[in-house]
Structure formats: C-alpha cells, structure tokens
Design a protein around this ligand. Structure first.
Ligand SMILES: CCCCCCCCCC/C=C/CC(=O)SCCNC(=O)CCNC(=O)[C@H](O)C(C)(C)COP(=O)(O)OP(=O)(O)OC[C@H]1O[C@@H](n2cnc3c(N)ncnc32)[C@H](O)[C@@H]1OP(=O)(O)O
Length: 358
C-alpha cells in the first residue's frame, strides 16, 4: 500500500515535533518532496545566483525532475519516518550500537534489523565527492559491526547516483596532479576493497539512474533491486577512463564478455529490464510500488538468522576474494595513469565547463 494523504499529513505534523535539527540538506529534501508531492515538477522561475536560500530550495525541488507526485509523497513519509525513528532509537538505547554517526553526504539509519545507507546529495544527483567516498567507507565499516542483519544502499532524490563527482578532479594538492592521482588510486582501492570485504548481505535499492562507479560496484552486492525508472550507464570511454569496482572481472562473469564490452567499452546505457535480463539486477519493480514492495521484502529477509546469512555469504564469496582484491589493485593502478591522460582531462574539462553531459 502506498502512503495515503493521511500518512502524508501526519508526517508533516511529525516534522514539526522533531527534537533535533535534521540539518540543511535534509530540510531542503523535505521541502522539495513536499512541493513535488503537492504541486508536481518544479514550476517556478530559477532564482538569481545571489538569492542563496531560494536558489537552494529551487535546486532541491528541480532536482526531483519528473518524479511522480505519489512517489514524492511516499518518499516524504519514508524520510520523516527515518528521522523520527532515529530520534526514538537514540532515546531508547543511548550510547549503544544503534547510535548514529553524523554524515554530511549520507543519511544512515538502523531499524528492523536493517542498516540503510542513503546517498544524500540530491542536488548533485548524488555524485560521490572525495568526502563522500570516506563517509561511505565509514558507514559500511560501522554497519559491518552493528546489530543489523542486512545492509542496504540507496539514493535520495530522482537519481541513485551519478558516479564520481567530476569536481574531484579540480581539488589539486600542493604535490600537483600526479600526487592527486596517486592519492586517488589509494582511495579508490580502499573504497572498492570495503565492498569486497563486507561481511553481511549487502543490497542495493536502485531508485533511479545509476552512473559510473555506482554501477560497477553493483557486481559486489548480494542483491540489486531496481525501480523501472533506473538506468545503468558506465561511459568510461567517453570520459577517457577505464573500468573500476572490479567490473572488468565481475561484469564478463555476470553477463558474458560481449555484453560486458557493450557496457564497459562502448558505454551502452541499459534499462532496468535489460540489466535484469543480463543478471546485474535481481528484480525490477514498477516505480509506483517500488519502495513499498522492496522494503516489505527486505524486512522479511532481515528476520532470517543472521549468522546463517553471514556464513552463506562467506561460502558464496570467499573463494573469489583474493582475485577481487588483485583485480581492484590493477584497475586502480591503470586508472592512476588514465586520470593524467589528455582524453580524460579534456572530457572532464568539457563537463565542468558545461560543454558536455553524458
Ligand atoms: C587527478 C585525479 C582525480 C581523480 C579522482 C577520482 C577518484 C575516484 C574515481 C572513481 C571513478 C569513477 C568513474 C565514474 O564514476 S565515471 C561517471 C562520472 N559521472 C558522470 O560523468 C556524470 C556527469 N553528469 C551528467 O552527465 C549529468 O549531470 C547527468 C548525471 C546525466 C544528469 O543530468 P541532468 O540534466 O538530469 O541534471 P544536471 O546535469 O543538471 O545535474 C544537476 C547538477 O548536478 C551536477 N552533477 C551531476 N552529476 C555530477 C557528477 N558526476 N559530477 C559533478 N557534478 C555533477 C550537474 O553538473 C548539475 O550542477 P549545476 O546545477 O551546478 O549545473
């Protein structure tokens, strides 16, 4: 069942009763979902650059694109529910392992045996900044040790994730671009390594389009549920790049070398249905019932015996671990060179100077 008008109104009241300020990102998200749920897609003229507050509100609402009103209403209710439950769980067990760490680019909640890690930069289509790579690693490490039985990764807004934040290329340290490429290769290897070693069932709830590294690492997840609005795109050649996230190994294994070539070399964008037919996605749901159906299923899975699930994951994955770490190291080292290539620098500059989009 989808959130009713009554659920929506009750969620609006609960927001007023929140004891803790949820922070600007979340408040903007609530505003945007409220406007989308009540008025539909953004219909206001874009405010001027110096009208900071209204520009931020406009950006947040506009970022929801054509998200249907019912989905926005449901997402609003879900977001309020995650805020109220994180307040009440920290009241019930202060200082215990349910305690939530503050993240700038993620919303992490834990309830019903499920830790949910939600990418939370909707105005940037959830592009992964350098800080966000670190936060995702921290959140996964915490989830591996908390008392949840399964861990879910999802996105806030109309995108699941638009991949690496291309602005990461502009933050060059005093050691120069070579030093930046070296540090980035280490960060990438650690980031992907955290997924390879994650001990519990790891599930992706792909709520919208997914790009780049957010797609490649799906090969390291244990199940991938997708809305029929989701697409899967790895435009590495267009960006002068090469695959990461172990996709050079997992994708040919999952879908066969020819289909993997179309995605990883020619940058073919797959619909959710195509990705499911090729084995990258476990199941596709209509967007209108996506959240409801997936979370009902996940809540049931989270009640299965945790040790049995962990051990089964070990049995399924452990034989591959050494190979995956070797592939990860090789992909990261190849990319360290690619980032310094003219092909990559030109493609990135074209995007950042607004001359190109995917
Ligand atoms: C020296 C070496 C340093 C290297 C450091 C890297 C370390 C780790 C690397 C791991 C490797 C990963 C590979 C990849 O992930 S490749 C994929 C990279 N992603 C992209 O190329 C996507 C680029 N974005 C787009 O093409 C489009 O934005 C979109 C996703 C198709 C959406 O288009 P739409 O028209 O709907 O929306 P907007 O373009 O208006 O987006 C809203 C604003 O968000 C900004 N945005 C979106 N995605 C990104 C992104 N990936 N990086 C930076 N910024 C992004 C977009 O520019 C808009 O901003 P604006 O409002 O200011 O215009």
């Amino acid at each position: 069942m989808r959130a009713s008008q009554e659920d929506f109104e009750s969620a609006m009241n609960q927001v007023k009763l929140l004891k803790k300020d949820p922070g600007n990102e979340v408040k903007l998200r609530l505003y945007a979902l409220y406007k989308q749920a009540t008025e539909g897609p953004c219909n206001m003229p874009k405010p001027g650059v110096f009208d900071f507050i209204n520009k931020a509100k406009w950006d947040a609402w506009n970022a929801l694109g054509s998200l249907p009103k019912e989905t926005a209403r449901q997402n609003y209710v879900d977001l309020v529910s995650s805020l109220t439950s994180s307040e009440s769980s920290s009241q019930v067990k202060p200082g215990a392992d349910r305690e939530q760490q503050e993240y700038e680019n993620l919303v992490v909640t834990s309830e019903d045996g499920i830790t949910k890690i939600m990418f939370n930069r909707p105005t940037r289509k959830n592009a992964i900044s350098t800080q966000m790579y670190q936060e995702i690693m921290l959140a996964l490490k915490a989830a591996s040790k908390d008392d949840s039985t399964i861990t879910v990764v999802t996105g806030n807004g109309d995108y699941y994730c638009s991949g690496n934040d291309l602005a990461n290329f502009t933050d060059i340290p005093p050691g120069g671009v070579e030093e930046k490429a070296k540090q980035s290769a280490i960060m990438l290897r650690d980031f992907v390594g955290t997924f390879i070693d994650f001990p519990k069932p790891l599930i992706a709830v792909v709520n919208g389009p997914a790009v780049g590294i957010s797609v490649t690492i799906l090969g390291l997840f244990d199940a991938v549920y997708a809305s029929d609005r989701a697409t899967f795109h790895t435009p590495f050649s267009h960006l002068g790049l090469s695959p990461e996230g172990c996709a050079s190994y997992t994708f040919p294994k999952i879908m066969g070398p020819a289909k993997a070539t179309e995605m990883l070399i020619f940058g073919k964008k797959l619909t959710a249905g195509e990705a499911c037919a090729q084995g990258l996605v476990t199941e596709v749901f209509p967007d209108s019932t996506f959240q409801k159906e997936v979370w009902t299923r996940l809540k049931a899975y989270s009640k299965l015996p945790p040790n049995s699930m962990r051990i089964s994951k070990q049995v399924i994955r452990n034989m591959e671990k050494e190979k995956l770490h070797a592939v990860n190291a090789e992909e990261s080292s190849v990319l360290q060179e690619r980032w310094l290539s003219d092909e990559c620098i030109n493609a990135t500059m074209n995007f950042l100077s607004k001359k190109a989009k995917l």
